[in-house]
Design a protein around this ligand. Structure first.
Ligand SMILES: NC(=O)c1ccc[n+]([C@@H]2O[C@H](COP(=O)([O-])OP(=O)(O)OC[C@H]3O[C@@H](n4cnc5c(N)ncnc54)[C@H](OP(=O)(O)O)[C@@H]3O)[C@@H](O)[C@H]2O)c1
Length: 284
């Protein structure tokens, strides 16, 4: 296991479950002081238990952080500056996934999706950049997705939010590089975390929707992908590895099937790739 030097400080958003929780433990095991952002304190038990079990509870500090709330974001950034005086790594992980066919998804769902996955990331990044700039050092790890590179039917709101994350991160990387701050994107395919039991199960079509048959196929495909998906620990280990790595790459896609799909998209003409995706869905 690669360890980081000194007593580095990391902020991880969305730490109550899934990748965020596991990342907090992996970072603490590598010597980080971890500020774990959780939006609902009543859900902090799982992280506390995991930290206790791993013997790192003294290194994991839980703060209330809903990334859609400007006041909580600012308070967290001020707390880190005052208590720790440094922030080495930000893991912008908090996210939700809403699905549905574009014609059927109500405006408030689009707004909610963008507010969490995209504007939330912008808020937290803006709040910590002054400290990272002052220290002339920092690393921002963005939890993107294969859905930030490829649009699947039924994933419109989620893909839009993750494509926004990708564009934002490309600009951010060039803007912050002169200040010693680097930006890295992690692009996982489907992993079996609790995210699939949240927004995606609420994916619905309007009554009499012409998309119903396709929706059934997309739901079946998504459920199968999540069940067969890799171990979420793999993603957490990757994030911790990136956090400690001297010169990380800009993008990390995992597992291997994600890299293959992205490779196919890059290599094939757009229409051919779309036909390939449609045929995979038809067969699911
Ligand atoms: N699992 C996958 O297959 C997959 C693939 C690619 C990318 N990702 C990305 O990985 C990240 C983590 O997802 P996960 O799979 O680990 O799912 P998860 O277990 O549901 O974790 C999502 C975390 O984000 C938190 N969150 C949601 N809205 C928030 C808000 N407004 N403010 C602060 N925290 C908020 C959740 O808190 P609550 O417990 O309160 O809901 C939870 O702690 C997400 O950005 C997701 O898009 C996941």
């Amino acid at each position: 296991m690669t360890s980081c030097q000194g007593d580095p400080v990391a902020l991880v958003t969305g730490s109550s479950s899934g990748f965020g929780l596991l990342t907090c433990i992996e970072l603490a095991l590598r010597g980080f002081v971890v500020i774990a952002g959780i939006r609902r304190m009543e859900t902090a038990g799982k992280l506390k238990d995991a930290a206790e079990q791993a013997g790192v509870n003294a290194r994991v500090h839980i703060v209330q952080l809903d990334v859609t709330r400007e006041d909580e974001v600012k308070r967290t950034a001020a707390y880190i500056k005052n208590q720790h005086g440094r922030l080495d790594v930000l893991v912008n992980n908090a996210g939700t996934a809403y699905g549905g066919f574009i014609e059927d998804v109500p405006a408030e769902v689009w707004q909610e999706q963008m507010n969490t996955n995209f504007h939330g990331m912008v808020r937290v990044t803006q709040a910590v950049l002054p400290l990272m700039r002052e220290q002339r050092k920092g690393r921002i790890i963005q939890m993107s997705s294969i859905s930030g590179r490829i649009g699947f039917p039924g994933y419109g709101p989620y893909a839009a939010s993750k494509f926004a994350v990708e564009g934002f991160s490309e600009c951010l990387a060039l803007e912050t590089e002169p200040f010693g701050i680097d930006v890295v994107m992690v692009e996982p395919g489907a992993y079996g975390t609790p995210i699939w039991d949240k927004g995606f199960t609420q994916m619905s079509t309007a009554p009499g929707s012409p998309y119903q048959t396709m929706l059934d196929k997309v739901l079946a495909f998504s459920q199968k992908s999540a069940q067969q998906g890799g171990d979420p620990q793999e993603v957490a280990r990757m994030v911790a590895h990136i956090a400690c790595k001297k010169r990380p790459a800009f993008r990390y896609a995992l597992p291997r099937s994600t890299r293959l799909t992205l490779g196919a998209k890059a290599a094939l003409p757009g229409r051919l790739f779309q036909r390939m995706m449609a045929s995979v869905l038809r067969r699911s």
